[in-house]
Design a protein. Structure first.
Ligand SMILES: Cc1cc2nc3c(=O)[nH]c(=O)nc-3n(C[C@H](O)[C@H](O)[C@H](O)COP(=O)(O)O)c2cc1C
Length: 453
């Protein structure tokens, strides 16, 4: 089979939803919500319309917060607060419109969407998050109120708690067992909200050091109740969210989980732990897909610089930061498991993506930064008329400019700058402009929405 044929093959999830091809728009925080957390708005919809028109097999949204007190940046999309009827109604309407757009419809087209099982449109999946100890100071709460985490373990971005860790994050407060139950209920409510507003599924964000990921890690989870201690106990919060969500959503609704293959910090989650977590999810029989990533704010492996497509072709290096882990995953899945494995990070060329599907048995290829630079990437990658060697068959060959001199020279800020620069590209599409490699920090700041949803 040619690379285009490999990537164009539809993929059925256990819930019956069908991805029309193997290309997944990876979750990217859009930073387009209102200050301190807002609902989907016109700019967000314009961005998703661009992706939906471009034949992505699955569109995973940027993370949506289950608790606006603990968001990542100050401009995230969040779920409505429990018990606020007017807010609930306004958010419900906004999410309905967002779901339609992700599925390729107009926002106010109330006709029933083509079913997810038809395999003719992108699957619309919402990523759900609680940022835990990585919720920056003041992101949803007064700056002196600490974030929450499994245990009161401060961020240590350089192997120790630096001044910037203290200023940006502080030391989190350990959740009580009752508060853990509240977090579980919030995730389940968020998932049900997505099902009710027309999305095809959800993805729990249990990677990159956010709250669920920090429960899985022995370094950040030092609890002595049922949610800490053994690997099984550390996994319990994810298991309970999955089980309780499955009980409350239709069988046809997809549940996915984004997991780290490793935290890449001493004492953190290892590959062996990660394989065990994947095995447990597969054994539950309730999960449709796992998206494999890796790293945390303390060691941002997910934001590593990938080889440019031409470079990787020349060096014959395998693409995909976590592809070798995905190969190991297949060895531990129970026989007959239909849980699908998506891998995100570092894929840049059509040939490299197809090789990963063929040789590493990866089911779906997640693309983050390339989807920010070129929202219509699948149109070219899946075009059989364009040869593999043609640069149009690959992600755009770009380089993030160095951070402005005023930014502190630490790895977290370096990764954060790269992320902001890509968010600025998302802003350009959201505001109806073409993406452009030569934009500045000012461009990102201009895209922020302080007062209006
Ligand atoms: C601007 C930006 C925002 C991101 N936001 C999220 C997010 O909300 N959730 C998530 O799981 N990953 C997020 N990521 C990470 C991507 O999903 C992906 O794992 C990472 O970019 C590596 O893939 P790539 O090499 O294809 O870009 C973000 C990445 C970027 C560039």
């Amino acid at each position: 089979m040619t690379s285009v044929q490999v990537l164009s093959e539809p993929l059925e999830l256990p819930c019956g939803a069908v991805m029309p091809n193997r290309l997944v728009k990876a979750p990217m925080e859009q930073v387009l919500g209102k200050f301190l957390g807002g609902k989907p708005n016109a700019e967000l919809l314009r961005l998703y319309a661009a992706w939906a028109a471009a034949r992505w097999g699955m569109i995973i949204t940027g993370n949506v917060g289950v608790d606006r007190r603990y968001i990542g940046l100050m401009f995230d999309i969040v779920f409505p607060d429990p018990g606020k009827a007017a807010q609930q109604a306004a958010y419900r309407e906004a999410f309905v419109r967002w779901a339609r757009v992700c599925k390729g419809q107009a926002a106010d087209d109330a006709t029933e969407a083509v079913p997810a099982s038809a395999g003719t449109r992108p699957l619309a999946i919402v990523q759900i998050v609680h940022c835990g100890r990585q919720s920056t100071r003041g992101a949803g709460r007064p700056p002196w109120v600490p974030a929450v985490a499994p245990s009161a373990v401060p961020m240590r971005t350089d192997g120790k708690q630096t001044l910037s860790d203290k200023l940006l994050f502080g030391t989190p407060k350990a959740l009580t067992t009752d508060e853990v139950h509240d977090v579980i209920a919030r995730f389940v409510r968020g998932a049900v909200f997505c099902a009710e507003t027309g999305f095809d599924g959800i993805e729990l964000h249990a990677a990159h050091g956010y709250l669920l990921s920090s429960f899985l890690s022995p370094l950040t989870n030092q609890r002595t109740d049922a949610y800490g201690g053994s690997a099984e106990n550390r996994f319990r919060i994810v298991r309970e969210i999955v089980e309780q969500t499955r009980e409350r959503v239709p069988k046809s609704f997809a549940i996915g989980v984004k997991l780290n293959s490793s935290d890449y910090v001493q004492g953190g989650l290892t590959e062996e732990d990660a394989l065990q977590n994947v095995r447990w999810l597969a054994e539950s029989g309730q999960v449709d897909f796992v998206e494999v990533s890796g790293g945390t704010y303390e060691k941002p492996a997910m934001f590593a610089e990938a080889d440019a497509p031409k470079q990787s072709a020349r060096s014959h290096r395998r693409e995909g930061f976590f592809a070798s882990f995905a190969k190991r995953v297949h060895q531990v899945l129970p026989a007959g498991s239909k849980m699908r494995i998506i891998v995100t990070g570092g894929f840049r060329s059509r040939a490299g993506m197809a090789q990963a599907v063929r040789d590493d048995a990866i089911d779906g290829i997640g693309l983050g930064r390339p989807a920010a630079l070129n929202p219509a990437l699948p149109v070219q990658v899946l075009d059989a008329q364009i040869p593999d060697e043609d640069e149009r068959a690959s992600a755009p060959d770009w380089k993030v400019p160095p951070p402005p001199a005023c930014m502190p020279k630490i790895p977290l800020v370096g990764a954060g700058w790269g992320s902001l620069w890509h968010s600025a590209q998302l802003h350009r599409t959201a505001y109806g402009e073409r993406t452009a490699p030569d934009i500045s920090l000012l461009h990102f700041l201009r895209g922020l929405k302080v007062f209006r949803d």
